[in-house]
Write a protein that binds this ligand. Structure first.
Ligand code: GRF
Length: 192
């Protein structure tokens, strides 16, 4: 019998360029399937990108994340992996507890530096620029209850010494995300 494909649910709050890259990678692979995309923002591009590919795209209000509505939804799907791709709410403790070692996040810097409360999106790149760092990068890690502190799965760095503006750093880091996130997900799901 052919093994069932591993299933992923993606959670995001933004434009969804990472989600699009992940969906594209797994579209033509038999062993992993994106089964649902969830956002806390009704107008988020990530939902449209999923809908364009006929993947169930669902908006849940902020309250639904804390009152167990989303937890129940995820339990029903029971995915092999929950992928946070630009998801800006803190994942509630009950969801983390229900899916141990099954939630991963991408952070646009080299953790443990530039992580923690308030360190998201452009705030990260501005802080990196202000500190005159020569390198930034990406960190893919398991999600635990404290922000940005779960076990690191993968890191990749990029030279940013020539960047004069934080938006140049953001661009380089996002390109790294697109290059590596789906591959790292595949490796996690196939135990490589
Ligand atoms: C990425 O930089 C990600 O690291 C950060 O938010 C951005 C998401 O972009 N947390 P997108 O929604 O995948 O386009």
């Amino acid at each position: 019998m052919k093994p069932q494909p591993k299933s992923i649910v993606i959670l995001g709050s933004g434009g969804g360029s990472n989600a699009a890259a992940i969906i594209q990678k797994f579209e033509n692979l038999a062993d992993v399937k994106v089964v649902s995309v969830v956002s806390n923002i009704a107008s988020a591009g990530i939902l449209q990108k999923a809908a364009d590919k006929n993947i169930p795209a669902i908006h849940f209000s902020r309250g639904a994340f804390s009152d167990a509505t989303v937890l129940d939804y995820l339990k029903k799907i029971n995915p092999d992996l929950i992928v946070l791709a630009g998801f800006l709410l803190k994942i509630p403790e009950d969801i983390v507890k229900a899916f141990p070692q099954k939630i991963i996040n991408i952070h646009p810097a080299l953790l443990p530096k530039y992580g923690g409360t308030g360190m998201y999106g452009d705030n990260v790149h501005k802080a990196v620029l202000d500190n005159n760092e020569n390198f930034s990068g990406i960190t893919i890690h398991y999600v635990v209850e404290e922000f940005d502190s779960g076990k690191i799965i993968f890191q990749e760095k990029v030279d940013i010494s020539g960047c004069k503006d934080y938006s140049e750093i953001a661009k380089k880091v996002l390109a790294l995300e697109h290059e590596h996130f789906a591959k790292a997900i595949h490796n996690v799901l196939t135990n490589k």
